[in-house]
Design a protein around this ligand. Structure first.
Ligand SMILES: *Cc1c(COP(=O)(O)O)cnc(C)c1O
Length: 405
């Protein structure tokens, strides 16, 4: 098996990209779906922004270094990764805040309808945002299990909002079919691409999606708390009214007018001043992921997870796979259910194999294709087999819950 792993690594067209990331020795990093690794170019890029643009340029850098245009520029670079046009995507705020803005905007575009349809078990923030708008009297939440979503679309549904690749199980939705069905029922469609962007191909315009958001710090490697991005199809730019009418979304922020007039393009989604340092780090990650290309990343992601499953079988490991067994039906991760998933995850981390735990009983292993090797798959499966067969996870220290799991 290790021989096969090394052969696969030697033949891997993405093998060279590992050296473009900083990865600590002795660590097998299977959590790039939660916090992407550090691109080697990021510290220098940030140093330049801090020392030269901030330190020397001071306020002049809003013009001279185009800090003002950064959010739209980076959005334009994310666009080809998700099948959007460059002027339809902007890097701003967090996923949560962008979800709020776009749900509220969508509801205003469908007067007479209040229901936001999603699935139970969607990423918590997505559901909480619907709840917040419900409390304000603007939305009505409806959650339908994934098999029943089509049937739950009726004339009350203003917006279908789903996450493409499920954060816990990795199951992916058929985006095109659901988008079509929702449109047929008169609803708008909003995709959360947090677990897709930079790992799975997405074609927003090919399926006529209305809205999307995605995460900057996962597969895009933008750093902890990196700005997120938001997509609005160009056909909606005229009608859209987002609720966080801050000055950065104004057509002319520096006119300092008393009247809000939204920017005509995707810039209207901005609220306050751009987080320049965060955007500077994000841009490095986006450039690198775009350079590798989503098609190659997706192919490698599938090959990695398939090989991991082979290694698990090779070790005769008895763990319950909750992700789809068919690589085409899952995101870039494998999730396993085990009653002792938490201490197993901690024991793995102690061995340098960093995955994560998702309550109540899921061990989640993410396969960021830009920097992982097939040899890592072999080694991670070996460690997992040893932790379980030796019952190493039973050690007391592995049972204590940290704040972030
Ligand atoms: C990671 C993730 C988020 C994160 O939201 P933040 O506001 O950036 O913390 C939201 N939705 C999904 C589906 C995610 O996977």
């Amino acid at each position: 098996m290790i021989g096969r792993a090394r052969e696969l690594d030697a033949a891997d067209p993405l093998g060279e990209y590992r050296s473009r990331f900083t990865l600590p020795d002795g660590v097998i990093y299977l959590d790039g779906n939660s916090l992407g690794a550090l691109p080697k170019d990021a510290p220098e890029a940030m140093q330049r922004v801090i020392k030269s643009e901030w330190g020397e340029g001071l306020i002049r850098s809003w013009n001279d270094a185009d800090w003002f245009g950064m959010a739209a520029r980076i959005g334009g670079k994310i666009a080809p990764l998700i099948g959007a046009r460059p002027d339809e995507v902007i890097a701003c705020d967090t996923v949560s805040v962008n979800i709020f803005k776009l749900i509220a905007a969508a509801l205003e575009m469908r007067p007479g309808r209040k229901v936001v349809l999603s699935e139970p078990g969607n990423f918590p923030t997505d559901i909480y945002m619907i709840e917040g708008l419900e409390r304000q009297g603007l939305a009505a939440q409806r959650l339908a299990p994934r098999e029943q979503i089509m049937a739950a679309l009726d004339e009350d549904v203003a917006l279908l909002m789903l996450t493409h690749a499920h954060y816990k199980t990795g199951e992916v939705f058929d985006m095109a079919a659901l988008t079509q069905a929702a449109h047929n029922s008169g609803a708008l469609v909003f995709w959360d691409l947090s677990h897709s962007t930079g790992a799975l191909p997405v074609d927003l315009n090919g399926m006529d999606a209305d809205f999307a958001v995605g995460c900057g710090y996962k597969y895009l490697c933008g750093g902890p708390g990196a700005p997120a991005f938001a997509f609005v199809a160009e056909r909606h730019h005229g009608d859209l009214k987002q609720p966080l009418t801050g000055w950065f979304g104004h057509a002319r922020p520096f006119a300092f007018s008393d009247e809000y007039e939204k920017a005509p393009g995707i810039e209207q989604l901005q609220c306050g001043t751009s987080p320049v340092l965060g955007l500077a780090a994000l841009e490095v990650g986006v450039d690198l992921i775009a350079e590798i290309g989503v098609a190659r990343l997706h192919q490698k992601s599938q090959a990695l997870s398939e090989f991991f499953l082979e290694c698990v079988a090779h070790h005769g490991l008895d763990v319950e796979l909750v992700s789809p067994a068919d690589a085409a039906a899952r995101g870039s991760q494998l999730s396993f259910r085990h009653p002792h998933a938490y201490p197993i995850c901690q024991a793995l981390i102690a061995r340098g194999v960093i995955g994560d735990f998702r309550a109540p009983d899921i061990l989640r292993l993410g396969f960021a294709p830009a920097y992982l090797r097939f040899e890592d798959m072999f080694e991670a499966a070996r460690h997992l087999a040893e932790v379980i067969s030796s019952e190493e996870w039973k050690r007391e220290e592995y049972g204590r819950r940290a704040a972030v799991t």
